[in-house]
Design a protein around this ligand. Structure first.
Ligand code: AGP
Length: 612
């Protein structure tokens, strides 16, 4: 996620800001910048690339010297590619107001249009720049910067953690929060505001946590906090007890665990500004220009590797059942060498978290060479795959640091679910049915929260099976790819051999493996084929296999059939995989921790396989 550091006090702000941004590097980003307040105006230095490059670029830069108020930002691109222009801070027309921002301004397009009509000149492709011009507008009549920022934020829909500076107010920072964290470090004659305590604890452990809907005027020796309606709020000063390494993982033992717990929020972010549950509508800006060709396409082909290939398999079930579009899912590494039969009447989606996987990139280029419409479902904005497609959907999962993919997977499924509803509507799905689907999808984050809350119980179950030599994962329908993904999670971080199989297929061979040493994880929601999967469970039990069932909260029979049961909320059949994968992620994680492997960087693996 993006990082923010602001400073006001007696010292040169630049070293404090750059050191703070370096402590936020673990969060993943693709560009960085700083701004200081000078009597002559705001001085901004920003560029694509790493903080180290920014440090080198600003070293000895006299234009930045002599100020006592400044801020910095490391950006994880959501709107606009990672380049110098789109990097933060962003300024108003006259360069006298500067903003750094974390989050998504959902109504930025409408605001930008309104501001351009008033003569504002925009330089970047970001949603954030709208804030600088909106504040500029309100600043003309507001008594102070805080009032201007409050007025501007009352016009905004979306999420933000932001800091604003202006030439006219040296020694003042304005910080505001809605949906993206901001903390104020309270020093002796200086204050440091940041998106994460990791940038603050080197200077002070006394902090004020801004809450959603709060805005603060921060001076070297005073902090005033109000609501956006100018109601004063009294804030308590608290003590940060975490040490730096813990803070960088948000208090979690590993990035993978942090990213598993982030999923309710990242799934919400994937739907933010795109899903209108009450209207039963979906808006995907990256597909609007190809929607007609998509709806009329002969078939959709998903290309991917590993977890992304599993996401495609789930997408196949969802699209074929709901949008009635034929779908094929291909291992990218196979597809690229198969002289595929594909052409202009086909739509090919490259599915990739990193957007840099060599096999997926090559397969996508092969499809493009045959004239197919090539789109992306990608997490990293501006990545190679994203740049070479004709459009697509960014998954907005934020940077995924753990090598084992978790939140990226559920964000890919969210994107596919949104696309399915959009396409189904263009192919005759009724408004009423669409509303059922959008309502169900909107309820998913809360359901994921209920499963993540069982982490301790799943940790206890993991202790029982941590010494197993082999695992089998079974599922049917849209839960078959969930079984595959659960097996991949386990093998790649615990090094235990594991296989995913369609539950019925187990009879055609793998049943020979079943004995009292074989844990068998079965995804068995109460859907139309529940009884069939229960039969498969009986077959395993007859061979003394050890059943771990992933079953619904209201299933009262399964307890008699399984050694352990992990409960998941009932979910509309085809969106179930987004919830049903969570216990398998946690089971794999806790077994790996019990075995002492390097969970975030498992042996032999890379986060992005950019070679064949
Ligand atoms: C998943 O946990 C693995 N890290 C791996 O299979 C990964 O999904 C695969 O390499 C594809 O990566 P991508 O999504 O970045 O293209």
């Amino acid at each position: 996620m993006c990082g923010i550091v602001g400073y006001v006090g007696m010292r040169d702000p630049i070293p404090v800001i750059l050191d703070g941004l370096q402590h936020l590097e673990y969060r993943g980003y693709d560009s960085a910048g700083v701004a200081v307040v000078h009597p002559a105006g705001i001085v901004v230095r920003k560029r694509a690339g790493k903080v180290a490059e920014l440090v080198a670029a600003v070293a000895g830069d006299q234009a930045l010297a002599g100020s006592t108020t400044g801020m910095g930002h490391s950006r994880w691109a959501t709107h606009g590619e990672p380049n110098d222009v789109n990097a933060h801070p962003h300024t108003d027309c006259g360069g006298s107001i500067a903003v750094v921002h974390n989050g998504i301004i959902e109504n930025y397009a409408a605001l930008k249009k309104r501001l351009q009509a008033r003569g504002h000149l925009f330089r970047s492709a970001t949603d954030t720049e709208v804030l600088a011009h909106l504040i500029e507008d309100f600043r003309k009549t507001a008594p102070d910067l805080l009032s201007a920022v409050s007025a501007a934020l009352r016009e905004v829909t979306g999420t933000y953690g932001l800091v604003v500076l202006e030439t006219a107010s040296p020694g003042v920072m304005v910080a505001a929060r809605l949906g993206s964290p901001l903390i104020i470090g309270v020093g002796d004659g200086e204050q440091i505001v940041a998106s994460d305590a990791a940038a603050i604890v080197a200077h002070t452990r006394q902090v004020i946590y801004l809450n959603d809907g709060e805005i603060a005027e921060i001076k070297a020796d005073a902090i005033r906090t109000t609501t956006l309606q100018d109601v004063t709020i009294t804030k308590e000063i608290e003590e940060v007890t975490f040490d730096l390494s813990q803070i960088e993982r948000g208090g979690f033992a590993h990035f993978m665990l942090k990213e598993i717990h982030e999923q309710p929020e990242t799934i919400r972010n994937g739907m933010r500004g795109r899903l209108r549950a009450d209207e039963g509508s979906v808006k995907l800006g990256g597909l609007e220009h190809v929607q007609e060709r998509l709806a009329k396409s002969r078939r959709i082909i998903f290309l991917g590797c590993g977890t992304s290939w599993h996401a495609g398999l789930v997408g196949e079930y969802i699209l074929e059942q709901i949008a009635k579009i034929p779908v094929e899912v291909e291992y990218a590494s196979e597809y690229r060498y198969r002289t595929p039969i594909v052409g202009p009447e086909d739509v090919v989606f490259a599915v990739s978290q990193s957007g840099e996987t060599a096999d997926t990139l090559a397969a996508m280029r092969e499809a493009k060479r045959h004239g197919a419409l090539v789109l992306g479902i990608v997490n990293v904005v501006g990545s190679t795959i994203a740049r070479e497609t004709d459009g697509g959907i960014y998954t907005h999962a934020g940077p995924e640091i753990g090598v084992a993919s978790t939140k990226a997977f559920t964000s890919q499924l969210t994107a596919m679910s949104l696309m399915t509803i959009m396409l189904a509507k263009s192919r005759g799905l009724s408004a009423a049915d669409a509303r059922v689907l959008t309502t169900e999808l909107a309820a998913i984050p809360e359901k994921v929260e209920r499963v993540v809350a069982q982490a301790d119980e799943i940790r206890r179950i993991a202790q029982v099976y941590k010494d197993a030599k082999n695992f089998l994962f079974l599922g049917r329908g849209a839960n078959f790819p969930v079984a595959l993904e659960g097996a991949l999670k386990l093998k790649e971080i615990s090094y235990i051999h594991a296989e995913g199989y369609p539950a019925a297929e187990m009879k055609h061979g793998p049943i020979a493996l079943i004995d009292e040493h074989m844990p068998v994880v079965v995804v068995v929601p109460r859907d139309a084929i529940y009884e069939k999967v229960v039969s498969n469970i009986q077959e395993v039990r007859a061979r003394k296999g050890r059943i771990i069932a992933i079953a619904n909260e209201d299933d009262h029979e399964i307890g008699a059939l399984a050694e352990h049961v992990i409960r998941v909320p009932r979910t509309y059949g085809f969106f179930g995989p987004i919830v049903n994968i969570i216990p398998l992620q946690l089971l794999a994680y806790y077994i790996a921790v019990a075995r002492g492997t390097n969970v975030d960087q498992p042996r032999n693996l890379a986060k992005s396989v950019t070679v064949e």
